[in-house]
Design a protein around this ligand. Structure first.
Ligand code: FES
Length: 211
């Protein structure tokens, strides 16, 4: 049977580098793909003085392209400064893999976004975010678009789980259209909080459910 993948991709898929998690990482993020419902998590450790990525690990719940891209971006980003690592594009990742089938572009984009979000998570936690854009309802909704609704494999905004959003005096209040005792309520709450709580001008995040 002919695989649509070249040898480099297959090799990274079979022996992915740096798979796993980092305990108490300096930055971490999980990204989900609206195109296929797959997910990737990226963990980084950063040297505070030089801002170099000293360790990076990933976990993928995606396809072979996603796993291969996750693997290659850990190799491309390790030892780079966070500013350099942010600039790694999917094109570079794809080139380093000797080319991916175009239909699989979203899978590599997902892995790159995972890395960028883990870096952003690090920057937000360490007060390094330079663009001090005020947090608005729109900013909150944009972030919630990254939170997966496990029932549908799509994000919580697309699946109409966000009933209302309010931002006032540094406090965010999101009402989720699920009962509080729903089996996924706790997961959704935790993920939504993680996405919002490090915003530079936010001091409190409340995720509430319809009763
Ligand atoms: Fe979902 Fe590739 S098809 S990550």
């Amino acid at each position: 049977m002919a695989f649509p993948y070249n040898e480099i991709v297959l090799e990274h898929f079979r022996n992915p580098r740096n798979v796993g998690t980092i305990e108490n990482p300096d930055g971490k993020a999980t990204e989900g793909s609206p195109a296929c419902g797959d997910m990737v998590s990226v963990y980084i450790n950063v040297e505070p003085e030089t801002k170099k990525i000293t360790d990076v690990k990933f976990e993928s719940y995606g396809c072979a392209s996603n796993i291969a891209t996750g693997s290659i971006i850990t190799e491309l980003s390790k030892g780079k400064t966070i500013d350099e690592a942010k600039k790694i594009t999917w094109k570079e990742a794809s080139e380093a893999l000797g080319g991916l089938p175009p239909i699989k572009a979203h899978c590599s984009v997902l892995a790159i976004e995972g890395l960028r979000s883990a870096i952003l998570n690090y920057e937000e936690k360490h007060g390094l975010v330079t663009s001090k854009e005020a947090t608005t309802e729109e900013v909150v909704r944009k972030r919630l678009k990254r939170v997966m609704n496990p029932m549908k494999g799509l994000d919580m905004v697309a699946t109409n789980l966000v009933k209302s959003v309010e931002v006032k005096d540094g406090v965010i209040r999101v009402v989720v259209d699920l009962p509080e005792d729903h089996q996924f309520a706790a997961t959704i709450k935790e993920e939504a909080k993680e996405r919002l709580e490090n915003l530079w001008d936010i001091k409190e995040v409340n995720i509430d459910f319809v009763k």
